[in-house]
Each structure stands twice: as C-alpha cells, then as structure tokens.
Design a protein around this ligand. Sequence first.
Ligand code: PMP
Length: 296
Amino acid sequence: MEIYIDGHFYPQEEAKVSVFDHGYLYGDGVFEGIRAYNGRVFKLTEHLDRLYQSAKSIMMEIPISWKEMEAAVLEAVRRNNLHDAYVRIVVSRGVGDLGLDPTKCHRPTVVVIAAKIVLYPEELYSKGLRVVTVGTRRNHPEALNPRIKSTNYLNNIIAKAEALHLGYQEVLMLNGEGYVVEGTGDNIFLVQDGKLITPPPHVGILKGITRQTVIDLAAERGIPTLQEVITRHDVFNAQECFMTGTAAEIIPVVEVDGRLIGDGMPGAVTKKLITDYRELTKVSGTPVYPQAEMAG
Ligand code: PMP
C-alpha cells in the first residue's frame, strides 16, 4: 500500500508522522471517509467541501487547494490499483510543541490513505442491527460541534465502548437534552406513514453525505423527508428505522433498547432504499481511471 503524506507517496511501513503533531497530541485535526465503487469516487465533491468546512470551523488552513486534494485522492486510489476502496483523508494541525497553541504548528499535515473497507457482515443488512442508548451524550454543538468531522472522536468512542460492554455493536446517541441525534459513525432515519424522519443538523449531528443522498433518493421516489427533533419514544414506535453512513451505507435497525422496531425485521422502504443506494454507487462518481472510462 502506498500512502500520501504532504505531497509524496510512501510505502505503508514508511508512512509516518511526528509524535509532536497536534493531531496525535490533542486530536487536533479534521478528516473524511470516502468510498470508491467500480473505479469511481462517490460524492467526492461533497466530501471535499465538508473537509474544508470542518477545517475552517477549527481555524485551520489546509495547505493544499481543493483541486490538489481532489488530485491526491484520485492518485492514491490509482497508485494502489483499487476499484473499490475506502479513502481516508486526515489533515492534522501539524508539528508543534507540547503546548496547546495551534499557532505554533506551522503547517498542517495532509495524509491520504486508500485501502479496502471492512463492512458489517452482509447478514446484518438482511437481519438488521440491535442498538442501545448509553449514558454518554453527543457533544453539545456549542462545545464541539458534531458538524465538524474532527479527529477527536473520543465522545463517540466512549459511547461505543459502553455499548460493546453491554454486548451491542452500535449506539443510538442522545444529545444533552435527551433527544435522539445519531449513531457513533452514522445518521439515523425513521420511516413513518410514507415519510422519512431524521433529526435536523442543529440538534448536534454530522451532516452526513449518505444522509443527504438518501433524502434525495427518497424524494425521487415521492417519499418526503421531515427533519424533526425525535425522542426515543418516536424511535420505539417507528414503522422502520435505519442508519446511514459512508462505510455502512444503509443499515436497518430492528431493535432499540429492547423494543422491536415494527415487526423486528428490516422494512420494505428500508430495503428499497438499500437497493437504490447500491445501484447509484455503481454508476455515479468521479472517475479514477479516465482512460479506461473513455475506452470503455
Ligand atoms: N455521524 C457521524 C458521527 C459520523 O462519523 C459519520 C460518518 N462519517 C456519519 C454520521 C455519516 O456521515 P457520512 O454519510 O457522510 O459518512
């Protein structure tokens, strides 16, 4: 595997960053997780836009342009000869001293890793996930806004550790007021009376790119999406429930805190969206191998 760091590609064993990088010392940085399917990078523009927005919000200037970043992603996939890939961009604050001061870090470090992804087992897509809520609440937007895709995931990691400790793989996170917000790495949707319902960004969620893709796909099928504040009660009584994310795509949720959702099986609307989403990923995206594209 060859990994991009600050303009150069290195073999995996030599792909190293400094222990003085504030990304390592303080979790000070931003990132993106992107998928490529069939030689095309899915929703690359949306991911790059969100990366630059996250950086702006933490007052960090990414040292390369949007176009250079796009080229680095495509090159990373090409160099590793991948057609289906998971691409991780990490931009950390860079090397500084042992203090917090970000202005002492002179240049953010840019890393692009193109690798394969380990998905949930296919069985979970047909049977659905069982999830729980835990004591740890999602960050308050005025403390560390979940809209920033920062390298500081401790909030979600603690929640996930609590769920794993209880024997569950995923968490339905609540905000400080007890409203349902998102999973540890996924957004949440309910299906109710022919509509989708998903929490609005202001309650404290990452504005997921898969979330938006699902909203668009549903709209094309005549299914409207309401962005509403939801409670655990709404989730327990939903007809269907699913989570969305770049890595998980669309995954049905069939049990929450011991309550079965609907009949405890993935619902018809969820299954249709899974099929539609998979179709879309096969045909759209930025081509990685333009030559093959022209010849093909
Ligand atoms: N919420 C959180 C906390 C996440 O980490 C992710 C994954 N990036 C998502 C939601 C889903 O976002 P996306 O669809 O853009 O991958």
